[in-house]
Design a protein around this ligand. Structure first.
Ligand code: ARG
Ligand code: ZN
Length: 417
């Protein structure tokens, strides 16, 4: 009886907008020097629930890797003592995650009636309204279609950006992972920049005259909404396709590319849960179907994540080099050079498996094997200072520099593909 009352309370508080708090949770950074230190971190994660920020789970850790994880307030003392006793250096990235969450927003706390802004984080309702508005404002450059609905029945709107009928196309998605807020911010920035500078900026005008950009501003909409309403640190989607007590599939492990083999988990409670089958999730299915239907025109696939500052290309499910590795490497290098020309932001680039960590079921590998030979994943800013909690004042510089990389890749497609 008491139990039922308690659950009732939980349900009510969730439905009236109970938001999880992270008071005095910490984010620690470690760099395991050798196998034994790696094993020690893995051991810690087996005795205490650690929320891995980078890499995405303990399994991916190898010596000399930068590892960031969040520790619950009540565990931090223990964990820090254990690290010290084992001679492991660590840095404290956040003393108080809740404070970090509040500080992302420029000054004022997250007030619910803010206007849509390209240099702020926008909640989903603002983003949907924006998709309609921008299409209405630039009818001959932007049109909006729906490619599916999410688990919670939200419409998945896709913006088609470009002059006239479909030409060679570039597909761009943001927000596969819910907590990586800088990613949807970039997709909005891109569409704004494209429409605003068309007819003014020579390169942009040419790109929009001769290419079509398909932009999916938030792929994992339900997850994104959840990060605004309930749990800022949510990563997966919100489906219960596993039929267990754990919610959510990692949509970047759910694509049909060596599905659920390496770097993913069949445990529904894991942050890298691959789902019950490849393309089991409505969000994955909608994207995969759209790309399959438009495979003749889509020449490039770009997916935006954070954080780490990397430009990745296939493969992720194997250490074998992609058949077009050398060309991908050249394109990535040129893009990264363009990006860093603005603020000297340093990006690593290379095949995902060896550059970040191996994963299977990821969208970029899938797109590549479908025949989209220019397939890239961006890991945007930063390299751990703020991690997922990148403050709003860094949206503008991050998006500006990323635009240079995207324009660079797009011009390559235009010229050579
Ligand atoms: N943060 C991304 C993830 O965990 C990185 C994926 C790297 N793999 C890739 N195929 N791009 O999903
Ligand atoms: Zn991600």
């Amino acid at each position: 009886m008491k139990r039922m009352l308690l659950w009732g309370l939980v349900a009510v508080s969730l439905s009236v907008g109970f938001t999880r708090r992270f008071d005095r949770d910490k984010v620690l950074h470690v760099k395991p020097q050798d196998e034994s230190q790696v094993n020690f971190v893995k051991y810690l994660s087996s005795i205490v629930q650690l929320d891995f920020w980078r890499p995405d789970s303990a399994h991916a850790i190898v010596p000399q890797m930068d590892v960031d994880f969040r520790v619950g307030a009540y565990q931090t003392e223990n964990i820090q003592t254990l690290l010290e006793q084992n001679g492991m250096q660590y840095e404290i990235l956040f003393q108080n995650v809740q404070e970090g969450i509040e500080k992302q927003f420029d000054g004022k706390p997250n007030s619910s009636n803010r206007r849509h802004s390209y240099s702020k984080y926008n909640k989903w309702e603002k983003i949907v309204a924006w998709t309609a508005n921008i299409a209405a404002k630039y009818p001959d450059l932007v049109s909006r279609t729906q490619i599916g609905t999410t688990t919670e029945e939200r419409p998945m709107y896709l913006l088609k950006v470009g002059k006239g009928s479909v030409k060679k196309a570039i597909f761009i998605d943001c927000g596969i992972h819910a907590r990586e807020w800088i990613s949807p911010a970039f997709c909005q920035w891109f569409v704004n920049e494209a429409t605003k500078t068309y007819g003014k900026n020579k390169l942009m005008t040419k790109l929009l005259n001769r290419l079509t950009f398909y932009v999916l501003p938030v792929l994992n909409i339900d997850g994104y909404v959840w990060t605004w309403t309930a749990d800022r640190m949510w990563r997966k989607n919100r489906s219960n396709s596993s039929n267990t007590n754990c919610i959510g599939t990692d949509l970047n492990r759910n694509f049909d590319s060596a599905w659920c083999t390496i770097g993913s988990s069949d445990d529904s409670c894991s942050e890298i849960y691959c789902g019950p089958a490849a393309e089991s999730e409505k969000e994955t299915k909608a994207v995969a179907n759209f790309i399959r239907h438009n495979i003749q025109s889509i020449k490039a696939y770009l997916s935006f994540h954070s954080y780490s500052q990397m430009l990745l290309y296939p493969y992720s499910y194997t250490y074998e080099l992609a058949p077009t590795h050398d060309e991908l490497n050249n394109v990535a290098k040129a893009a990264v050079d363009a990006l860093s020309s603005l603020y000297s932001t340093k990006y690593k680039y290379g095949p995902s498996a060896s550059t970040i960590y191996p994963t299977s079921g990821s969208s970029d590998d899938w797109a590549y094997d479908e025949g989209i030979k220019y397939s890239f994943t961006f890991e945007l800013r930063d390299r751990g200072k703020y991690g997922f909690l990148l403050p709003e004042n860094l949206i503008k510089p991050t998006c500006e520099e990323t635009m240079l990389a995207v324009k660079n890749i797009s011009s390559y497609i235009l010229r050579y593909v």
